[in-house]
Design a protein around this ligand. Sequence first.
Ligand SMILES: Cc1ncc(COP(=O)(O)O)c(C=O)c1O
Length: 387
Amino acid sequence: MAGRNHLYVPGPTNLPERVMNAMHVQSVDHRSPIFPNLLKPLLADLKKVFKTETGSAFIFPATGTAGWEIAFTNTLSPGDKVLIYRFGQFGHLWANMAQRIGLDVTLVERPWGEGIPVDDLQQRLQADSGHDYKAVLATHNETSTGVTSDIAVVRKAMNAAGHPALLFVDGVSSVASIDFRMDEWGVDGIIAGSQKGFMLPAGLALVAFSEKALGKMDSAGFPRCFFDLRDQLNNNKDGYTPYTPSIPLLYGLRAAMDMLFEEGLDKVFARHQRLGAGTRAAVKAWGLEICAQPGFESNTVTAVVVPKDKDAREVIGTAFNKYNISLGGGLSEVAGKVFRIGHMGDMNEVSMLGAIAGVEMALLDNGYDIKAGSGVAAALDYYRKAL
Ligand SMILES: Cc1ncc(COP(=O)(O)O)c(C=O)c1O
């Protein structure tokens, strides 16, 4: 189709020209004396994005899923108890990995669209007087339902219960788009990936661990090799990696973090807040609901619920085939029930108006009872006032 495909899936996100250009380079020797000039500042700057001074950041040639496994295998042992709430596909997959590698998982079901129920969390931790739970797994932003949980409040609940469990946070679709504060919120392991707020292709697992978590490395009973943080630490201290890094992705990460810092992280978060709020205003104007319950609305992705007699896949199909825009589908339990609009990464108000216009046309084509232009009008009204 003529023109560009407009990518509004909640990851991978659009690649800024600057990032693409930065990656279009000849390979360099990753054992050369100049390689540390690239890697050391990347690790230091990653800590700034995670907002940690006391933790250590790591870059693995892998994806977010690997980040989950890195956290488990370096800090826990087979049979250890972990606590997780399932209210979306990524929490489901994280719990599933925990079960498959041999952790003892307490999986608490919640309706999809809700976030972490902190009162319930506090009660469960208080009841665990023997401190059997070794880790709490918290999905900061559940990408499948467009739900953001408040990690500061999760930490408060853990402290109120006086529980020493590690706090692991999946920040794959929040970090670098929604405020995240590792040290302030007492997070022991944060897991991110390159293909969302970092505006890169997939291929880097970007993680950081607290001193407390790193203190478990030697006693952790899981076998690990590629994911062993000790090998990273041994090599990273001199600016090297235990195995061949993806050089173009590292150059891309340099450019992406430069862009984030030049805009300023607070402005990046404020922009995502605006993009999300404008999208939600459009959905409201269409008379449709979002999947996220009030108070849990995500600023990186909106999952729009379609009426019971409709199949969201038809909207996604029309949007792609007729209007050349890519929307996210509903995953697992919400397949066919929602479509997702990503508003994450290299996006601005006008990009979102394109998304909203495209969705609006696809909705009209599929017989939705909406007024042409209503979503666009609501969003642009919001953006003009908010900017
Ligand atoms: C919240 C969340 N966690 C984990 C993942 C898995 O990451 P990856 O696909 O990079 O392995 C995703 C991917 O979309 C995600 O959105």
